[in-house]
Design a binder for this molecule. Structure first.
Ligand SMILES: C[S@@+](CC[C@H](N)C(=O)[O-])C[C@H]1O[C@@H](n2cnc3c(N)ncnc32)[C@H](O)[C@@H]1O
Length: 271
């Protein structure tokens, strides 16, 4: 399928609108552990004007408020923004697209995106926009899921789908581009005009009572992963869940499966 940015945007929009009401209780437990390292990478400190791109329910903006910053969140999903506004009255939230930010040049001290940039049809446009709205000397940081060899929850799912289902079953629009490795994340920042670009691998644990809970979190709180799982037939999905249960057993910590997850956090500075 040829890359069609509007098809990607429409697909993502539909999925995030649907996910908004359950995101906090399903997938957010996977993204929250990376908020503090993300804000650290952007050197977010009291008094700074911080933009949280693809903010979803606004957890990163909230954490920036807690650090004493003046936080603004932006997302294209009105359903996500409704949750954000109800959760965090001390931040400002705007509707907008990450490829074309509705802000003047150089008005933020830091720009962050927690698992947002790779959902945008053309991530390089989002990074260029981040560069435009940052003041000189300001820092950018974004997180991106690490490759499955480091990101075990994803590996468990992808391996199980390959064994029992069809990874291409969803027929989702071709993505505009993610980032495979830490080096690619840093390179994308360099190409967007940033200096001193670095990318680090950060690990965390995603706890679930069982494999079903993990699969449900991914089916209700994500976009492409959810579409892939939704597209499996009933028998395949049962086999996939059983496979994950068997192979996640080595992660068991008492009552819970404590599954390792990992993200790349890339950051840079506007010269
Ligand atoms: C995985 S969620 C991340 C939410 C949040 N940042 C967090 O830390 O959990 C991805 C978010 O990207 C938003 N998004 C996807 N494409 C977008 C675009 N083109 N412009 C703005 N937001 C977008 C979605 O609406 C969704 O809220």
């Amino acid at each position: 399928m040829a890359f069609d940015p509007e098809a990607v945007r429409a697909f993502e929009y539909m999925r995030w609108q649907e996910a908004a009401s359950v995101y906090e209780t399903t997938f957010a437990s996977a993204t929250k552990p990376f908020i503090a390292p993300l804000l650290n990478a952007a050197a977010v400190a009291p008094g700074m004007r911080v933009l949280d791109i693809a903010c979803g329910p606004g957890f990163v903006a909230s954490a920036a408020v807690t650090r004493g910053s003046v936080a603004r969140g932006l997302d294209f999903s009105p359903a996500m923004l409704a949750v954000a506004k109800a959760r965090e009255p001390e931040a400002t939230f705007d509707t907008g697209d990450a490829e074309s930010l509705p802000y003047a040049d150089a008005i933020f001290d830091a720009v962050v995106a927690n698992f947002g940039v790779h959902h945008v049809p053309r991530p390089h446009l989002a990074l260029r926009e981040a560069h435009r709205v940052l003041r000189p000397g300001g820092r950018v940081a974004f997180s991106f899921w690490a490759e499955p060899c480091d990101n075990i929850a994803w590996k468990l799912v992808f391996d199980a789908v390959v064994r029992h289902g069809d990874r291409a079953a969803a027929r989702t629009p071709s993505p505009g581009g993610g980032f495979g490795t830490s080096a690619q994340c840093a390179e994308a920042l360099r190409e967007a005009g940033f200096d001193d670009c670095v990318a680090e691998l950060v690990g965390a644990t995603w706890s679930h009572l069982d494999a079903e809970s993990l699969v449900t979190a991914l089916r209700t709180g994500t976009a492409r992963m959810a579409a892939m799982l939704d597209a499996q037939n009933h028998d395949a999905l049962c086999a996939i869940t059983a496979d994950i249960a068997e192979n996640a057993e080595h992660c068991r910590d008492g009552k819970y499966l404590a599954v390792p997850i990992a993200a790349v956090i890339a950051s840079g500075v506007k010269g």
